[in-house]
Design a protein around this ligand. Structure first.
Ligand code: ATP
Length: 462
């Protein structure tokens, strides 16, 4: 059997270490040894073993308190580590108190080899189980159309979308940028009788009016310079299915008239054609601009408004979906793994969660998605996403948790690496405290503005 798990054996007696090493190596573990508390800490920081056999009485101090402190440092750095404490026969009370403080189990000397083997096999099985649970927890199932969320405002919008989908009534999706309007348009399509037919999306604000007309309705060969052949247009491409008109508030007024005619007659007139073409298309529109205001300023036709607004679904801002924040964050982190080679199964630290919950997310889900991608990149393969991996705005003014150890520099590495981590944290903190003002942050840190910019570039800070 090959466990591919490393066990660190910590004992000052080289004879014991040798004997235990033989047993555990034959059980299939990779084994590391340390004879003193400093050696143990160095080995732990370097190899991050998740299994440790720890004798409490270690040089240089030789006191059980030093062993207990070592245990605390190991569990602080790697809470899932399973540390089996080994003590003298008289130390049962102390060993028990350490189990209460997070040690996995304890063994009294002289250690029975079979018991050692069995305890470590059980600890290893536990690790495997915990890994599995974590994988399952992080693999949040993606629901229909990827529309995740359980907050009341979101569930109400989703119910309405699914009910509207069963009819052919036009749907108007409103909501700030990044609230998931396109995701909802796809949800309406996927829940409708048209699900197996095409879903065609067009952003009305992204195409010039002259091009948009032929893009939507098609054109005949020779209708305008460059029209070298007939083109079908998106209405015909979406025939039988759903046409998603994103940013409909940006539609030029003459096109509004043509769109209204197409929707009322269910037929379109390709540019340069003399005969209309009949189409069967369900239209879903979306806008982040308030159409009533555009109507008041004559920028949008009210007859078209009433035509596309069969059922209006207002998507809630992310700030109104506090119950969904962490599920969505985890979902976006999982998604981002595909973009970051070597990223493990990420999870958010308590501090990072707090920051996410306190930030208002003006860019809604799109901003959250980008933030999670960035955090995963900055975490550089570390599975726990820390507060410092978040951008200064998101770290914002959230007050650190009391007793939080995130900023304690106990993550190991060379002196230079520690100094760099410290520098990066101080820069992020100064930026957060000055609301991202680089000149003020530089002043606070005693750097020139350019010096700060250089360091930000080096540490990958936006
Ligand atoms: N409920 C959801 N569950 C999971 N991911 C979502 C959800 N809603 C939106 N997203 C994701 O959030 C991002 C933004 O969503 P989308 O593009 O639909 O927003 P939008 O309102 O159409 O934005 P814009 O108005 O700027 O075009 C996308 O990556 C999308 O996949």
């Amino acid at each position: 059997m090959k466990n591919r798990e490393t066990v660190l054996i910590v004992d000052d007696d080289a004879g014991f270490r040798r004997a235990w090493k033989r047993i555990l190596a034959s059980d299939g573990f990779d084994v590391l040894e340390a004879g003193t508390a400093p050696e143990a800490l160095t080995a732990f920081e370097r190899a991050r073993p998740r299994l440790v056999v720890l004798d409490l009485m270690l040089p240089p101090s030789g006191t059980p308190e030093a062993g207990a402190e070592l245990l605390g440092r190991m569990l602080g750095a790697c809470p899932q580590a399973k540390v089996v404490v080994v003590s003298g026969t008289g130390d049962t009370a102390l060993s028990l108190s350490l189990v209460r403080r997070g040690a996995y189990d304890f063994l009294a000397k002289p250690v029975d080899p079979d018991v050692l083997s069995a305890v470590l096999a059980r600890a290893h099985a536990r690790l495997v189980l915990e890994d599995r649970v974590r994988d399952l927890e992080t693999a949040v199932p993606t629901e229909a159309g990827g529309a995740l969320g359980r907050s009341p405002a979101f569930v109400a919008a989703k119910d309405l979308a699914v009910r509207a989908a069963k009819t052919d009534v036009p749907v108007l999706l409103t909501g700030e940028s990044g609230t998931g309007k396109e995701v909802f348009a796809r949800l309406v399509h996927a829940s409708s009788r048209r699900a197996r037919e095409p879903f065609v999306a067009v952003n009305c604000g992204a195409i010039t009016p002259s091009l948009l007309e032929s893009t939507l309705f098609g054109h005949k060969k020779g209708a305008f310079t460059g029209a070298t052949s007939d083109a079908k247009g998106l209405f015909v491409e979406a025939n039988g299915g759903t046409l998603f008109l994103d940013e409909i508030g940006d539609l030029a007024t003459d096109l509004q008239v043509k769109l209204l005619r197409a929707l009322e007659a269910q037929e379109i007139l390709p540019v340069g054609a003399s005969k209309p073409v009949t189409v069967d298309v369900r239209v879903v529109s979306a806008t982040h601009r308030p159409l009533p205001e555009l109507i008041a300023s004559k920028a949008f036709r009210d007859d078209l408004y009433w035509r596309i607004r069969g059922i209006e679904i207002a998507l809630p801002r992310l700030a109104e979906r506090s119950e969904d924040l962490l599920v969505l964050s985890q979902h976006f982190l999982n998604q981002a793994r595909a973009l970051v080679p070597g990223a493990g199964a990420p999870r958010l630290s308590p501090e990072a969660r707090r920051c996410i919950e306190q930030y208002p997310w003006p860019g809604n889900l799109r901003e959250l998605r980008n933030e999670m991608q960035r955090a995963l990149v900055l975490a550089g393969g570390r599975e726990e996403i820390l507060r410092d991996d978040l951008s200064p705005d998101v770290q914002g003014t959230a007050t650190p948790l009391e007793g939080a150890t995130e900023h304690d520099d106990d993550e190991g590495g060379s002196l230079e690496e520690k100094v760099q981590r410290l520098e990066r944290r101080e820069i992020l903190r100064a930026l957060a405290e000055t609301a991202g003002n680089k000149s003020h942050a530089a002043e606070r840190l005693g750097l020139s503005r350019q010096g700060l910019l250089n360091k930000m570039a080096r540490f990958g800070i936006r």
